[in-house]
Design a protein around this ligand. Sequence first.
Ligand SMILES: *Cc1c(COP(=O)(O)O)cnc(C)c1O
Length: 377
Amino acid sequence: MKNSTLAVHAGTRHDSVFPGVNSPVYVSTSYPYLDTEERMYPRYFNTPNQMVLAEKLSALEGTEDALLLSSGMAAISTVILGLLKKGDHVVFQPALYGGAYHFAVAELSNFGIDHSFSESADAEAMEKVIRPETRLIYIETPSNPLLEITDIKAIAEMARRRDILSVVDNTFASPVNQNPFRLGIDVVIHSATKYLGGHSDLAAGAIASSREIISKLRNMALSLGGSLNALDCYLLERSMKTLFVRVEKQNQSAVQIAGFLEKHPQIRKVFYPGLPAHPKYRVAAAQMSGFGGMLSFELARIDATVFQKRLKVIRPSMSLGGVESIVCSPAMTSHRHMSREEQEKSGINRQVLRLSVGIEDTEDLIGDLRQALEGIN
Ligand SMILES: *Cc1c(COP(=O)(O)O)cnc(C)c1O
């Protein structure tokens, strides 16, 4: 079956008593242990509503198994701490989600885990900083917030050749547009708070991988304790059924909006992998089936705060991936703890805004951007 069919049906539990179309919500935290080998408990990541999601996400990413957690950062920390031990080394690409960057620079050394950032996300640059103790290579593509593209296959092949595990944060692409496991990556991470959830009303994270790796990570997750409750599991299952219709619409609108912005005199630069002018357009076209609903742009003259306050449909607000369009200043939110120099080095300044394209009418969104850029009421 195709992925859009699996998004609707994979994992669904059918109630044998009242056989409705939806999975029942099993809210119990207490389950029997006599006459069964199974020990069911939410923090063991094995309750029915957790299993529904693990099966659905595995089906979409083409993996053997998956784990659902209480946030994207719970997924990231579980993967890194679960796959590395004291004395190990991890290589990160330079452009990373703010929380992952902070975890790397502020926490890892406390666990005796060393890390390096490569000069760029090219496989050669990442290979250059590999050491004998390197056990993990961590990438994010498209990256937050400037939509940089990493060649997934090149990284996966290089990591395999060096006998190092590879991890990708697949949040921006969603399983609709990109399936890194199918391209040779070992572990796929999602902030399910974003596209998988899709309605800006739940926080969750996910890890998809082989049975062997998930089993290892489940042990770490069980100790770290970031499990997802049954009601949020159900909300997420409900959302994932519409993942394809949402993201396909967002893909289409984002391409048109990027094209509009690229030509507008008030815009200095557009960051979108679906534009042929993007430096990695060919790589993106080869590894993504759609270019996603995220884009960033740099305003030429209008003050970014004035521009945001003029918007009527698009809301200046944090987070991304929901049905509503949201604009956000990375310099004032996710990257505010970076120094000016660090921000500039990452290509971020006060005039750069990130747009999460929702499912509203494309013309309404373009109209809103136009009136805010041109100051017409
Ligand atoms: C939001 C985000 C995360 C962190 O997810 P939370 O659910 O907020 O913990 C990780 N990676 C990317 C790319 C994100 O956008």
